[in-house]
Design a protein around this ligand. Structure first.
Ligand code: ACO
Length: 333
């Protein structure tokens, strides 16, 4: 029997401050109607100044550890995914590790933006299957709202993002019951980086920080919305179809699809392309906004805790994001 990785605990943490579309109307030239219609978002969470993605990741990790009913000292590896680390370097893996008091074990940072959780899951899965580690903490967290451009140049992206963190514990499944991660598929195409990126700061510039870049607002995230929409709606279904074929499954076998919560219109387009009933698509973007790497594990944790995902269910994850990067994972719970 091949060892499979199984998720034994999940947790998430959203900062308490809720920012509604009406709140955004006060700081940007936007409307609740525009945001709802284009993205399905009604509200999202913002951190207070001084809170970093490692703090959200730490809170989420505590919840996942408790849920897995393990002692934190049993964790033998950490993988952290974020596009918004507390510092330019190091990444947040070591910060979460230090906050948990787990000095000494390895901590790996994954930089794959909205696809970060699926990339991190894939790496963790290989370590478990090869018996390298036995209890991996996989954490994804983002603080994006401290660097958004609320002027007309950046309002398209500023209204989408929220802050949040989530974590899962991955362990080997020693039972022969078929449960666990069935597959992960990862893809990228680096020809489109400027469709969705934060161009500066860049160590290619000397000095890296320059006033003219600030004046030109090149330190803000920028998105070519139409290109992202088109590619996300095509690439996620492609990745799901490949994953299903790989496992000898069809859409009818899927109990739940969790797409990266990029934008509800994209999620609905993915569902339409795959011809999967919309009731099977897990969507929480209305309350959480787009939390990039954290979006899938937040939705996963919520759906496990509220009983929507049950033991035995086949759950398909798919994401698309900056890079471009995209991918899918199939898990039997
Ligand atoms: N509020 C009000 N108006 C806005 C806002 C806003 N927040 N943002 C942009 N606009 C304006 C634009 O300036 C433009 O105005 P103009 O016509 O006067 O020039 C107009 O709205 C464009 O709106 P649409 O006619 O709907 O244009 P389009 O069809 O190009 O759609 C949109 C733009 C909504 C961004 C679309 O491309 C989209 O939904 N893309 C997906 C992007 C996305 O959701 N990415 C998720 C983040 S990335 C990730 O997670 C993978």
């Amino acid at each position: 029997m091949d060892t499979k990785s199984i998720i034994t605990g999940t947790g998430h943490f959203l900062p308490p401050k809720v920012v509604t579309n009406f709140d955004l109307e006060k700081i940007a030239n936007t409307t609740d109607e525009w945001i709802r219609q284009r993205s399905g978002i009604i509200e999202r969470h913002y951190v207070e100044p001084g809170v970093g993605s490692s703090d959200l990741g730490y809170e989420a990790s505590l919840r996942a550890i408790e849920d897995a009913k393990i002692d934190k000292s049993e964790i033998d590896f950490i993988i952290a995914a974020t596009l918004s680390p507390d510092h330019y370097f190091p990444g947040i893996g070591v910060l979460v590790q230090a906050k948990l008091g787990l000095s000494g074990i390895g901590a790996l940072d994954v930089r794959n933006q909205c696809t970060g959780f699926i990339y991190a899951l894939s790496v963790a899965d290989q370590y478990i299957k090869t018996h390298t580690y036995k209890k991996i903490l996989l954490v994804a967290a983002e603080v994006q709202t401290s660097n958004l451009d609320y002027s007309d140049d950046g309002r398209d992206i500023a209204v989408l993002f929220g802050d949040g963190g989530a974590a899962v514990i991955l362990e080997p499944n020693n039972k022969d019951d078929g449960r666990g991660v069935l597959s992960t598929h990862l893809f990228s195409d680096g020809n489109h980086i400027s469709d969705l990126w934060m161009e500066k700061p860049s160590p290619k510039d000397n000095p890296t920080f320059q006033k003219e870049f600030f004046d030109e607002k090149r330190y803000f995230p920028r998105m070519s919305g139409r290109n992202v929409f088109k590619n996300a709606s095509e690439k996620m279904p492609e990745a799901v179809r490949l994953a299903l074929d790989h496992n000898g499954l069809t859409i009818d076998d899927v109990d739940h699809l969790i797409p990266h919560q990029a934008n509800d219109r994209i999620s609905l387009m993915v569902a339409r392309n795959l011809r999967i009933p919309v009731e099977k698509v897990i969507r929480n973007i209305d309350r959480v906004g787009n939390t990039t790497a954290a979006s899938i594990p937040i939705a996963l944790d919520e759906s496990l805790k509220n009983g929507r995902i049950k033991e035995g269910d086949i759950v398909v994850l798919t994401a698309f994001g900056s890079g471009y990067t995209w991918g899918s994972a199939v898990i039997q719970f």
